[in-house]
Ligand binder design. Structure first.
Ligand code: ZN
Length: 434
C-alpha cells in the first residue's frame, strides 16, 4: 500500500474519532463493510470456520477471522492496541454562576501533558445518556466538530518566571471557557447538548438528558510537515496509529491463519475496567470460542501477540533523556520495546521473531530501553500476556511528544509498521523452532 494512501486513511480515522467510543463505532462500520459479522455479547454465537466477526464493549473491540485452511490448535496471530488517548474530561456540573463566563470543570483523563492544551480552539465529543419519549435510557455519540472551548495561558507580564517552568493546577488553571453572559441569560448546557443531539441523531425521540462522558479535543487537523515532508503531526497518534495498522492488517488477513485484533479502552488510566485489558473481555471471548479447556490451552500456547503502542523516539533537543546506546529515530522502522521489569512483554525470543519477520519484508527495526535511572512506562502487552499466557512482543512507531495534544511520528513509520503486521498475520507458520 502506498504511503500517502495509508496516511490519508489514518488522517480520516484521527479526524472522525475524537474519543474511544467514536473509534470503536468507526471500526465496526469498516469491519462490517469488509464482511466481518457483528456479534452481540448478550446472544449465543454460531461461529464458523472461514468466517470473520467483530464484537464491541464500551470503547473496546475484538475482530477475528478463522482461517479456512488452518485449525484453532495452531493458535491466533494477535495484534493488540488501545483505543483511548489522554484528554480532559468534563465534570458533571457546569459552572454557570459566580462568573461572567461559562466554564467547565475538568478532570485529567490519563497522563495529559497539560501545557500543550492551552491557547488553542478545542471541541467536545463523547457519549450522552438520554431518555427517549418512552422513558428508556439511550446512549448516543455526540461530536460538536467546531471550536467551542479555550484555555488561555496567563500572560508572561503576569508571571515573569513562566519560561522557567509553570506549575499547572488542574482544579484552578485548566477549566476551559466556552461562553459569556449575565446569570439570567446564560445558556443552559443541557439545552446546548440537546441541540447537538438533535443535529447528530435527527431520528431519536429525545426527552431528557441524564448524564454524559464528554472529552475535550484539539480541532487542528493532522498534517505532513518538514522540508522534505518527512514528518507527520496529529492528535491521538498514541494510539490510534496502532489501531489503524491493526485494523488494516486484519482486513487483509488471508485464509492460512487465525487472525485476531484486540483493541482495548482505558489503557491511559491503568486498564482496570470492564472493557480494559485488565477486565474479562478477552478471557471471556476465548472461553466462548474454545469451550473445551484442553483445546483452549493448546490454542493459547500456540498463539502470539504483537502488542502495538507508540514508542519514545530520541528527542534531538533532550538527548540526555535517552539511553545513548539505544537511539531511536523517526522513519527508521518499528521500535521493539524492552524492559527488564516486564513493563514491556518483549523477550529475546519474541523480539527475535519480530526482527526476523520484519527483515523478510525489508523493514528495519530499532530497540528502545529506558535510561536505567528513569522509570519506565507500560502498555497492554504485559497485561494481556499475563492474562492469556501467550508469547508477546511490544512494538510501536517512534514518536516525539507522547501525550502532548499533538504528537509527531515519521511519515514512513505507520506504513512500515503495517507492512510487518500484515506479514505477521499472513505468514503460513511462525518461525519458532520446536
Ligand atoms: Zn499508548
Amino acid at each position: 500500500m502506498k504511503i500517502d494512501t495509508f496516511n490519508n486513511a489514518l488522517f480520516d480515522l484521527l479526524e472522525e474519532c475524537p474519543t474511544p467510543y467514536h473509534a470503536t463505532a468507526y471500526f465496526q462500520k469498516k469491519l462490517s463493510k469488509q464482511g466481518f459479522v457483528a456479534l452481540d455479547e448478550g446472544e449465543s454465537w454460531q461461529i464458523k470456520k472461514g468466517q470473520k466477526y467483530h464484537i464491541a464493549r464500551d470503547g473496546s473491540l475484538i475482530a477475528f477471522s478463522l482461517g479456512a485452511k488452518t485449525s484453532l490448535d495452531n493458535g491466533f496471530r494477535m495484534i493488540g492496541a488501545h483505543t483511548d488517548s489522554p484528554s480532559l474530561q468534563i465534570k458533571p456540573h457546569i459552572r454557570t454562576s459566580g462568573s461572567p463566563y461559562i466554564m467547565a470543570g475538568v478532570e485529567k483523563y490519563g497522563g495529559v501533558l497539560l501545557g500543550t492544551w492551552f491557547d488553542r480552539e478545542l471541541s467536545l465529543a463523547g457519549l450522552v445518556s438520554c431518555t427517549s419519549r418512552d422513558s428508556q435510557v439511550a446512549q448516543v455519540l455526540i461530536d460538536f466538530k467546531k471550536p467551542l472551548l479555550y484555555i488561555p495561558s496567563l500572560a508572561i507580564h503576569l508571571n515573569r518566571k513562566a519560561n522557567e517552568g509553570i506549575e499547572i493546577n488542574v482544579q484552578e488553571h485548566v477549566s476551559p471557557i466556552f461562553g459569556q453572559g449575565e446569570d439570567q441569560d446564560l445558556p443552559d448546557f443541557i439545552e446546548i447538548l440537546k441541540t447537538q443531539i438533535k443535529k447528530d441523531h435527527p431520528d431519536l425521540l429525545l426527552n431528557g438528558i441524564l448524564g454524559y462522558d464528554l472529552f475535550c479535543y484539539d480541532l487542528n487537523k493532522p498534517t505532513v510537515f518538514g522540508f522534505q515532508n518527512d514528518f507527520l503531526a496529529a492528535p491521538r497518534l498514541d494510539n490510534l496509529l496502532s489501531c489503524h495498522v491493526g485494523l488494516e492488517a486484519i482486513c487483509h488477513a488471508g485464509e492460512n491463519t487465525n487472525a485476531l485484533l484486540l483493541l482495548t479502552n482505558h489503557e491511559e488510566i491503568g486498564s482496570t475496567s470492564s472493557s480494559g485489558a485488565m477486565g474479562n473481555f478477552i478471557d471471556l471471548f476465548m472461553a466462548r470460542i474454545l469451550k473445551d479447556p484442553e483445546q483452549r490451552a493448546i490454542c493459547l500456547h500456540n498463539s502470539f501477540l504483537l502488542s502495538l503502542d507508540n514508542a519514545h523516539a530520541t528527542h534531538p533537543n533532550y538527548k540526555d533523556k535517552s539511553d545513548g546506546d539505544h537511539l531511536v529515530l523517526l522513519n527508521k522502522g518499528p521500535v521493539i520495546k524492552i524492559n527488564a521489569s516486564q513493563r514491556y512483554a518483549s523477550s529475546a525470543l519474541s523480539a527475535s521473531i519480530f526482527r526476523l519477520i520484519a527483515s523478510e519484508v525489508g523493514v528495519e527495526t530499532q530497540d528502545f530501553v529506558m535510561r536505567s535511572d528513569m522509570a519506565c512506562g507500560s502498555t497492554i502487552g504485559p497485561l494481556t500476556a499475563a492474562k492469556l499466557g501467550i508469547t508477546t512482543v511490544d512494538v510501536g512507531a517512534p514518536t516525539w511528544g507522547m501525550h502532548a495534544i499533538r504528537e509527531v511520528t515519521g511519515v514512513r513509520d505507520p506504513q512500515s509498521l503495517y507492512t510487518v503486521s500484515h506479514h505477521f498475520l499472513n505468514r503460513s507458520t511462525l518461525p519458532i523452532a520446536l
